[in-house]
Design a protein around this ligand. Structure first.
Ligand code: SF4
Length: 370
């Protein structure tokens, strides 16, 4: 995970980001658009005395509207895009018979670690932008004409479980058409501070629904918030067998749970593929060493820097015990079970995007250097 040390510089950054957010929220010439990451909804309640794992998405949406956000959307929608893009890349990777695995790219702390320590592996990291960045790029493109009509700047604020997402947002490849795809990143803890500053009584808020069409996500997009979620979502998409029993079997392949390194061997459309899921950079480091020295071999590796995945991110309320992490994980799987759409390709907003702006501009979804 990330360093939790409270230092004066850290406190100043938080203050600065909260002030920047209030400034745009008070500016009538800005259209302020929120995207909420999967992990935030199962942890925010803890800041207000609720149980770990309680899904408070409806209250978060209500709070954001009271604070002045114009549109409130779900980052899990962009996770659905990531699933489709990464799956296509994975199929090509399998055909290439590469000895090295394809690594996931949605955790910026992992990507930075790999770039610094294993530059020779960066070619094997998925070219997909993270859901946060895909979301920003798609929204900026989609709302461009709106800006031309009413003159309001589109400002995308991402509500995220970690500070690594702040650094991801300002990477040079995420600066396009004279602006960043995501303008600001606010952590779960920072949003809780803003809610308190505003005097909003969070627990008494009536649940509100996300805005359409970008508030609609599949369960596959939501499970990105836990370790093993990306791998499971990709498999859901790749499997030809779309029955509910195949969906259930996937949950028992061994890619769920809190073990530091999980391995699974699955039959994918006639081929046996080997998957590893790892959380914590120390675990990732050890696993990569064993891949490089030939001890282990996989086709796909999901890496998350934080314990338990994003539900354990350093921008989340500090978990009191392992049990809090387990409860948050349960909350994510409950949200998946409750969602009517289980697979990314069945999300109608995704279908509409592929027939619309993504048909014209598919590179919105990939890092520009690829
Ligand atoms: Fe951020 Fe941790 Fe999730 Fe990586 S695993 S994206 S560092 S919260």
């Amino acid at each position: 995970g990330q360093c939790r040390t409270v230092c004066p510089t850290g406190a100043l950054v938080i203050k600065k980001d909260i002030d920047r957010a209030w400034n745009v929220l008070h500016d009538k010439n800005k259209r302020v658009i929120a995207q909420i990451a999967p992990a935030v909804r199962v942890a925010m309640g803890e800041e207000f005395g609720l149980k770990a794992g309680e899904v408070t998405m409806g209250k978060i949406v209500a709070a954001l509207r009271k604070m002045g956000f114009d549109q409130v959307y779900d980052t899990a929608l962009a996770a659905d895009l990531t699933v489709i893009e990464e799956s296509e890349e994975f199929k090509k990777h399998l055909d290439s018979e590469s000895k090295l695995p394809l690594f996931t790219s949605c955790c910026p702390a992992w990507v930075k670690f790999a770039e610094q320590k294993y530059p020779e592996l960066t070619e094997n990291i998925s070219s997909c932008r993270s859901p946060q960045q895909m979301f920003g790029a798609v929204i900026k493109e989609q709302f461009r004409s709106l800006k031309e009509t009413d003159g309001k700047d589109n400002v995308v604020i991402a509500i995220m479980p970690c500070t690594a997402k702040k650094y991801e947002a300002v990477r040079p490849e995420n600066f396009n058409n004279g602006e960043y795809d995501v303008d600001m990143v606010i952590t779960t803890q920072e949003l809780a501070m803003m809610i308190k500053e505003q005097g909003i009584v969070f627990n008494e808020l009536e649940d509100e629904a996300l805005d359409m069409p970008f508030g609609l996500a599949s369960g596959a997009g939501i499970i990105f918030g836990v370790t093993g979620g990306v791998a499971e979502a990709v498999l859901r998409h790749c499997y030809m067998d779309k029955s509910s029993s195949s969906l259930k079997n996937l949950a028992f392949t061994g890619i769920r749970g809190m073990k530091g390194v999980k391995e699974a061997e699955v039959e994918l459309n006639g081929k046996t593929i080997r998957i590893a899921v790892v959380h914590g950079l120390k675990n990732a480091d050890n696993l990569i060493k064993s891949v490089i020295n030939g001890e282990k071999s996989y086709n796909f590796i999901e890496v998350m820097a934080c314990p338990g995945g994003c539900i354990g991110g350093a921008g989340q309320p500090i978990p009191h015990s392992l049990n809090d992490r387990i409860q948050r994980t349960k909350g994510i799987y409950n949200a998946d079970s409750a969602s009517a759409i289980k697979r990314s390709e069945e999300n109608p907003t995704i279908v509409a995007l592929y027939n619309g702006i993504l048909k014209r501009n598919h590179k919105l979804l990939h890092r520009s250097n690829k």
